[in-house]
Design a protein around this ligand. Structure first.
Ligand code: ADP
Ligand code: MG
Ligand code: MG
Length: 202
């Protein structure tokens, strides 16, 4: 299967930044319904910082690109999503180690390690109506060898599946039953992250 180098990972982060820019209003609208209406702004600030940092200081390996991106997200995003996405990317980057090239399956395994770190940090599990509900199926699809298209589809389906869920973590959980009937903003942005992977490969 395809071999992914540091340049591919930098393109992934740039595609994620572009996707978050395009979809910022939608992410903020989703967060207005069950949160505090800043998810689009938070994601935009974070990925803009990731891309400008990698332009100034390019990283030599896939793992280093993700670790640097994760650190940027943690240091620039004030909301819950900054430390959570930061932990995802940093954890995935560490799992990739210092390999110069990795496969999509390697990335799937690394992202699953990152997903586990996010679950530990935030205390959430699948079905709690969080970003995990999109990240986990996306990472699993990659790990199984489904490729980027399949992973993007799995993550998007995971995000849509949060609509009927009751939020058990994060701000949306304060709403109790009123959180039902809305897509989780973090799950929606996680689906964008997987869509960006497919774009970076195209
Ligand atoms: P904030 O809630 O601080 O304003 P954002 O709006 O940027 O931060 O991000 C909200 C998203 O973060 C939620 O939609 C959810 O997906 C995710 N999230 C919040 N808390 C948790 C948690 N404990 N575990 C996993 N994801 C979480
Ligand atoms: Mg918010
Ligand atoms: Mg906030």
């Amino acid at each position: 299967s395809a071999v992914l180098d540091a340049a591919f990972f930098a393109r992934w982060m740039a595609a994620a930044d572009a996707a978050v820019d395009r979809e910022a209003d939608r992410l903020t609208e989703l967060d207005a319904a069950i949160g505090d209406a800043d998810h689009g702004v938070n994601m935009r600030r974070g990925f803009t910082a990731v891309v400008s940092a990698q332009e100034v200081e390019p990283q030599a390996t896939p793992g280093a690109v993700l670790v640097a991106a994760g650190r940027r997200l943690i240091s620039t995003v004030g909301g819950a999503s900054g430390p959570l996405y930061g932990t995802l990317l940093r954890g995935a980057g560490k799992a990739l180690g210092d390999a110069a090239e990795v496969t999509p399956e390697d990335l799937g395994r690394a992202l699953r390690a990152g997903v586990e770190a996010v679950a530990r940090l935030g205390g959430a599990a699948a079905g709690d109506k969080t970003m995990l509900d999109a990240l986990e199926p996306g990472a699993r699809a990659l790990e199984r060898g489904g490729g980027f298209g399949e992973a993007a589809r799995a993550a998007r389906e995971g995000a849509v599946a949060t609509v009927p869920m009751l939020a058990r973590k994060g701000r949306a959980s304060y709403l109790g039953e009123r959180s039902v009937g809305h897509e989780d903003p973090g799950a929606a942005s996680s689906a964008l992250l997987f869509a960006a992977l497919a774009e970076a490969a195209a």
